[in-house]
Write a protein that binds this ligand. Structure first.
Ligand code: HEC
Length: 183
């Protein structure tokens, strides 16, 4: 019964995650990066939402399979994108070199954390956007207390997991995208 109720309860929360990320995208010079990321973010949320309709454990499988697949499908025509974090669940999501200083800056910053457009190395532009912890549904899999079955599944799939213990409002990581200059 509880499982059946999940999607209904979570839908508004998922929508607010999408909308607030959208509003954070900022000024027009950063618009191209934000635009490139938008379908990636939407597809990720869609995969998470669909997985959660079956329950949190199934959603872990959905995240594990969908996230890298969506990122690589969206990385075409010289565009690359992904998610990164200072506390990784999947080590394959480590921040590229040009993203690391931005992430460090976010962590050091006492002030407002904003999306930025910066050089992503020779001939490439980059855009980085913060990801914040929302109460639902993020805490279920990244919070301080996880349901035993969820914790067990995460431990089995990600033995080096560092991505629990977050509270609402914490910086969870970043979305990043880079593209050839002049595109
Ligand atoms: C059902 C469990 C589940 C929920 C709910 C969930 N995540 Fe995750 N999250 C995962 C898994 C599993 C991964 C690893 C995916 C992979 O293998 O690339 C992950 C990875 C991430 C990453 C990539 C960096 C890393 O540590 O590998 C970020 C950022 C992230 N999650 C943020 C969020 C946010 C923000 C929310 C809420 C909107 C959320 N997650 C909700 C399970 C979940």
């Amino acid at each position: 019964m509880k499982k059946m109720l999940l999607p209904v309860v979570l839908l508004p929360a998922l929508m607010s995650v999408l909308l607030s990320a959208d509003a954070r995208a900022g000024s027009s010079e950063r618009a191209y990066g934000a635009e490139l990321l938008q379908p990636f973010k939407q597809q990720l949320m869609g995969a998470l939402k669909t997985g959660l309709q079956q329950g949190p454990e199934q959603a872990i499988d959905a995240c594990k399979m969908a996230a890298p697949k969506i990122a690589s499908e969206r990385s075409v025509d010289g565009v690359e994108m992904g998610r990164a974090s200072h506390r990784l669940r999947n080590p394959a999501n480590a921040a590229p070199g040009w993203v690391r200083p931005v992430l460090d800056g976010y962590l050091a910053s006492g002030s407002e954390i904003r999306a930025v457009q910066i050089s992503a190395g020779e001939g490439r532009q980059g855009y980085v956007e913060p990801i914040f912890m929302q109460a639902a549904p993020c805490l279920m899999c990244h919070g301080e207390t996880l349901a035993p079955a969820v914790a067990e599944k995460i431990r089995a799939l990600y033995p080096d997991d560092q991505a629990t213990g977050f509270v609402e409002g914490d910086l969870r990581g970043v979305f990043w995208v880079s593209w050839p200059t002049g595109q």
